[in-house]
Design a protein around this ligand. Sequence first.
Ligand SMILES: Nc1ncnc2c1ncn2[C@@H]1O[C@H](COP(=O)(O)OP(=O)(O)OP(=O)(O)O)[C@@H](O)[C@H]1O
Ligand SMILES: [Mg+2]
Length: 283
Amino acid sequence: MSALDNMNTLKENVRSFTRRDQVFPFLIPQTHPLIDTSHNILLYAEGVNKSFDGFKAINDLNLYIREGELRCIIGPNGAGKTTMMDIITGKTKPDSGKVWLGSNINLLEMNEAEIANAGIGRKFQKPTVIECISVWQNLELSMAGVRSVWGTYRAKMSSQQRDKLESVLELIHLKDNAKLLAGNLSHGQKQWLEIGMLLMQNPKLLLVDEPVAGMTHQEMDRTSELLNSLAGNHSVVVVEHDMDFVRSIASHVTVLHQGHVLAEGTMDQVQAHPEVKQVYLGE
Ligand SMILES: Nc1ncnc2c1ncn2[C@@H]1O[C@H](COP(=O)(O)OP(=O)(O)OP(=O)(O)O)[C@@H](O)[C@H]1O
Ligand SMILES: [Mg+2]
């Protein structure tokens, strides 16, 4: 390439760099696509199958989550609960079936990042808060729209964003600990902070895997309160083994067994279900 060509390329680069109609992708605030919930259903999973080496972990699974509902999924070890969450979040692709967010977004055509951006947040069992920064900074970092490091440190939070952060702090009972290093929180408080970090991204659907494992009774009660207060504004799907906890939070329970829905209803209804008693409660 001649020196002149080089010069022209450079000029072209500078020109495209400064074009007014283009912005860097990381500066674009994240906005969820419009989800069509006119049928009042936020998540559809229909006829979903997934085998691992010939073993059917998910077997003709049908699951419908309404907008704003709080749903508990229970089931014995190996029932397919985590695999189900992996499929919804795009970590695992099913062999067949349909998984839709609202009636217009086909999750099976999207990767994990796209699904997260579409409004599905997932909380894993082990909290992944950043221990060496404060509670406030953890929330700030996870805010929709100022997610990039550049954005976080250059862009001043709008008063709306500040209000949002403060309301989340209140919701997760960490208002008095905002300046504390996240590493100094108790196990339960870290779990709440992580839920708070998900909330900063305004998810439509929150998936929470075994939130109360390792919590004290008092922390469990607060977690139950927290998840209940999220319902309405978000759909929340909770996988949990602790039956007292499930009873305390959910009006609607789904029992999974061998990758299939065995029963659905109130806790009393599913506990009285003969097949549930047989396979799940060991009676
Ligand atoms: N990546 C994988 N490769 C092979 N087998 C897998 C894989 N993921 C899950 N399985 C199998 O699929 C079945 C369902 O597992 P899954 O983890 O979804 O169950 P679970 O309901 O979450 O159980 P638990 O209550 O113990 O967490 C299990 O038999 C498991 O061994
Ligand atoms: Mg699991």
